[in-house]
Design a binder for this molecule. Structure first.
Ligand SMILES: [Zn+2]
Length: 487
């Protein structure tokens, strides 16, 4: 920063403080307190029953699978899962909430105190702490665009099992917020806790934002931007709201605690019709559900089912395969790709070449075909064999690409295919020497100049040898032989 002009007011260095609340739909077949299906895209109100419609006298029964998935999610983000947690009623009126309350967890959530690493390259790795994880049911949906001048209510989502994952307010940039969200989504996908599909609403983000002069320890007044349904919206909403609060405070105004909605088209936030502050929810323990008790055995059994998590995979890929951070990030983006890569690397015996193939031709082919990776016709075994041929110099890079395309439509081993197509490189000295002799005989002037020390002619001569061999000569070998001849 430059020195301030004498007399001019010093610009305030504002610190951004972000807390994230992520609502994640658990991957169960049925709802959290009844047997209704959770399938996406059913006709309006088809997946409902007296329990999720909130009819008098209907009693909730907790879905065991939802508990299992909530436990697994909590463990995967390093939380302590509690032996006892309590469901509570969160009371508010809204047309899409027929009971007049939402069943959630309040002062005794299922899990607390976890962390998500957002940058492992720093020393020590930088992590954002997770304050708590609690279970709750989703509300229904108000549909504003189905009927003219009327709002329709669809209760298919009412009672869908969610976990809400709440970070500590210790994120200080939109970039870190984004990294936190990406990492969290990846963990939820790895553990198969959720589809984490933002378009279908199975992952939704609320962002709490406040600002304060850097160095101040008390938090500023926060606003909450609700229901962001993509990571890029979350990122832009943070930037827009940071700028709005800064301008407000610098103009001598103050930030009002309120709920905001982000308008993607206008790239601005606006006040939401307010539901209330948390003191208005009048939480009390849910009388129709006993406290949720989990035994240590149950918790440990769930821990044992966790797969290798992304953070561990990242570290292992760096140590075991010596790959760069950007390649690793792409390879571990999902578990299937990571597993397939490891298979190919093993078959090929060359981790770096295998990574280049996976991230280059293989992913390109998968994207073009629109089919999942596991259905790609060139499996790890044949791909590994192809990479071996290329690594040994038996075929050129160009030939390897050609063979890969052929292998997509016929199930032949790469060596047999290379032989049939005449793509094997000749690296046998006798054959190469005789081609070089022929070229020297046909171009005696160039040959003499080259032998007399005009090294720049080497390229021309290699070109002629390649031509004579119809592209079959191994150019590296030809170069070596020519260099040896020139002394
Ligand atoms: Zn139901």
């Amino acid at each position: 920063m430059t020195d301030a002009t004498p007399g001019a007011p010093r610009a305030i260095d504002w610190e951004l403080v972000i807390g994230l609340e992520v609502h994640c739909q658990l991957k169960t077949h049925s709802k959290i307190f009844c047997g209704c299906a959770t399938s996406f895209g059913a006709p309006p109100n088809a997946n409902t029953c007296p329990v999720c419609l909130g009819l008098p006298g209907a009693l909730p029964v907790l879905n065991a699978r939802a508990v299992q998935l909530a436990t697994r999610a909590s463990l995967a983000i390093g939380c302590t899962v509690h032996g006892t947690s309590v469901f509570a009623r969160k009371n508010y009126f809204y047309p899409d909430l027929p009971k007049g309350y939402q069943i959630s967890q309040f002062d005794q959530p299922i899990a607390t105190a976890g962390a998500i690493v957002v940058d492992e390259t720093s020393e020590p790795p930088r992590a954002i702490r997770v304050h708590r994880v609690h279970m709750e049911e989703d509300a229904g949906k108000s549909v504003h665009d189905r009927f003219r001048d009327a709002t329709a209510i669809d209760l298919n989502r009412a009672g869908t099992p969610l976990v809400e994952i709440v970070s500590e307010p210790e994120i200080h940039s939109a970039a870190d917020a984004l990294s936190y969200l990406r990492r969290l989504k990846q963990i939820l996908e790895y553990t198969e806790v959720s589809d984490a599909n933002m378009e279908e609403g199975s992952l939704r983000v609320d962002v709490n934002i406040s600002i304060r002069p850097r160095g101040q320890s008390t938090l500023g007044t926060k606003t909450e931007v609700k229901n962001l349904n993509s990571f890029s919206s979350a990122e832009r909403a943070i930037e827009v709201e940071f700028a709005r609060q800064r301008a407000l405070l610098e103009a001598g105004g103050r930030v009002e605690q309120q709920t905001l909605l982000y308008d993607e088209k206008k790239n601005q936030v606006r006040a939401a019709r307010s539901k209330e502050g948390s003191h208005d929810y009048r939480y009390f323990p849910e009388p129709d559900l006993p406290p949720l008790r989990l035994t240590p055995e149950f918790i440990e059994a769930e821990r044992a089912t966790l797969p290798e998590l992304p953070a561990a995979k990242r570290r292992r890929f760096a140590a075991q395969y010596g790959l760069g951070a950007a390649d690793i990030e792409q390879l571990i983006a999902d578990r299937t790709l990571a597993a397939c890569y490891e298979d190919v690397a093993r078959q090929a015996g060359d981790a770096r070449r295998a990574a280049n193939w996976m991230l280059g031709p293989v992913l390109a082919a998968v994207n073009t075909s629109g089919r999942p990776l596991v259905e790609h016709p060139v499996g790890p075994e044949r791909l590994g064999a192809l990479i071996q041929l290329e690594a040994r110099g038996d075929i050129s890079n160009t030939a390897a690409r050609q063979l890969f395309v052929l292998m997509e439509s016929e199930d032949t081993a790469p060596l047999a295919l290379a032989t049939r197509e005449g793509l094997l490189q000749v690296s046998d000295d006798a054959a190469l020497v005789s081609w070089i002799d022929e070229v020297f005989a046909e171009s005696p002037v160039e040959a003499a100049r080259f032998l007399a020390g005009e090294r720049k002619l080497q390229g021309v001569l290699v070109g002629q040898v390649m031509k004579k061999s119809k592209g079959a000569a191994d150019p590296k070998k030809v170069n070596q032989l020519l260099a040896a001849r020139a002394g």
